[in-house]
Design a protein around this ligand. Sequence first.
Ligand code: ATP
Ligand code: MG
Length: 774
Amino acid sequence: MQHYISQLNEAQQQPVFQKDGPMIIIAGAGSGKTRVLTVRISYLMSLGVDAFNILALTFTNKAAREMKKRIADIVGTNEAKNLWMGTFHSVFARILRSEADKLGYPSNFTIYDTQDSVRLISAIIKEMQLDKDIYKPKQVLSRISSYKNSLITVKAYLNNPELQEQDAMSKKPRLGEIYANYVDRCFKAGAMDFDDLLLKTNELLNRFPDVLAKYQDRFRYILVDEYQDTNHSQYLIVRALSDRFQNICVVGDDAQSIYAFRGANINNILNFQKDYENVKTYRLEQNYRSTKNIVEAANSIIDKNKTKLDKVVWTANDYGAKIKVHRSVTDGEEGRFVAGEIFEQKMRNQMINGQFAILYRTNAQSRAMEDALRKRDIPYRIYGGLSFYQRKEIKDVLCYLRLVINPKDEEALIRVINYPARGIGDTTIEKLTVAANHYKRSIFEVMENIDKIDLKLNSGTKQKIDDFVTMIKSFQVINEQQDAFVLTEHVAKKTGLIQELKKDGTPEGIARIENIETLMGGIKDFIEGQREIDGARGALSEFMEDVALATDLDRDTGDDDRVALMTIHLAKGLEFPYVFVVGMEEDLFPSAMSMNTRSELEEERRLFYVALTRAEHQAYLTYAQSRYRWGKLTDAEPSRFIEEIKDEYLEYINPLDTGYRYKPTIDLDIFGDIDKSKLRLAKPTAGMPPKKYGDEPVSSLNIRKLKPIGNAPSNNTNLFDSKLTIGNVVIHERFGKGEVVSLEGTGADKKAEIKFEVGGIKKLLLRFAKLDVI
Ligand code: ATP
Ligand code: MG
């Protein structure tokens, strides 16, 4: 143990040595927060704290597994076995299972994934005969989700006129009814959605003091990683559980709070001191992950945010290479650059694929990267797209298995009742659903009693329904006697799923069969893993629990050597020697949807901070001047985030002879008599020599470095060819509101004199000016 502690610096050792009481570790990226948690848990155990009494909550299950493995290395596998570690969702799903009856749920409750939830909401909207263009199912779900995460139950909602009014104003006056129906249907189906796992845990701890006392007594030491991204619901759970012993240790970095859009509340970290008494605050300042260039560049970015805690991050590491900035004309070219660079670095520096990560703002950006990597034969893995378990064929199998465990599971039933086709058509399903709603029973129960209810079905249909029920029941019998592998094999065959795919015969069909085989392999591994632990039978329900909460990250065994592709959100907490942050363009990153308020923009900036700080040795920022978005070729300009980094940390690697070059001939008067330093300083991205322009060093403010606001000249749809007229009121990105007072020139040379409310008259060249007419 001593050995591991001595590997920490002094600032890191302090929180390890504080055994009891509330504590918070606030520190920047790469400063060893996660490592401190790992050593702290091991140290607690070495002091005699029982593993059973320690609860550690992490951001992903993969992070929990890795942490557990490290702890096992320190304290021994057997000792580490009983630690409770995992995400909020997985830990509390487990607790809810054993306490489900108190809340009126079966212990075998199903966990609905987002697909299930969206489908159910769509069905409800349809049944209520509402317009699905106004009541967009995904939007409705996200609204309900935010209510649940703020602990606003249906009852609370109905007692809150303000919320109702707010929804009515956004043309959704019946949202409350949808919410009520949704909750009701989930309950009847014996199902919880992801948010319920937290909401119901809160309910459990609030309503049943004895249950609360039991878990308070159990979890005497609670540790939370990535605390900055906990939402209100999670926050309350942690508070309740830690209330008795107050042995709560949270670590986080306010600068990495990136889930506000999903309800994470940065105040949880800011208010920690107020929530507990005698809180010890620790700060770690030394970054061990990245080069000086990366650390300092990251600091310079986050400095731009107003809302932040003061923090120092420094590193003793070398300066390392500068951050490379690359411009390309199209997103395709961007992909080729990234793939080419990986290829070269591998050759030159003997790197392996697993040392590279490509990070992007949105999943859609992966396609161009994938194409380019494939052409270079570079193996890669995309994380966080459609999870393996959500692929159609896999989900089909899983839904049969879900029905075996919980026949009330309506979403599973609807999905497989007529797949493969067995002659139970839509009309029949509708009749069954109506009857189920009428009798307040599940559809399966209606099906079990099909002979006793008159639904005006012909005898053939009744027989088919009966056959289906019998089939599911026969699976249940097998499930009682055999392990999950045997059962799944049986299900795949007996339901006709495999035959259906074989019949298909296309390469996709074959790939689907292979996926099912992969699933079978996964089940086998799971069973064997279980047997190793405690000689368990390898019950289906436990496997399904794992599956329901698995993310794509969790399937990563780290065995195969691949380039990692993922969104920045998913990359939180991870590190890679080489990191490409691609799509560094205005409207993409920062996202057009997150630029309405300063706080949204600051969240985007934190996201950029997270992205950059994943890199150990080398970071790349790449952008394209045009990109296919929503099926259209759109022009793009470099992200403001590139410009926010001090020049000294950047290296521009574009060849000089391609693309747009800034032409000093452009009439510089377009800027009017404004303070030049307020203009965005154009980095010599545009093919200019990186170090010098003319004879002046780039570091001195030089008018020729000022790039006009807007994109490189192109025949895009800028305002210069539009119908801007004298008297128009416009909004300028930087100067604010103004009125057009005169116009001159034509086409690309068209200029407007605009009188801004603040700053007076400015003459702007319209092809560059970012103006909106209001
Ligand atoms: P993030 O904010 O990104 O989650 P973090 O603060 O959790 O980062 P860690 O992931 O724990 O940081 O540590 C970053 C890297 O630095 C890891 O590779 C870790 O092993 C290493 N590291 C941490 N502390 C030390 C130390 N005292 N000596 C050497 N390496 C260290
Ligand atoms: Mg960490």
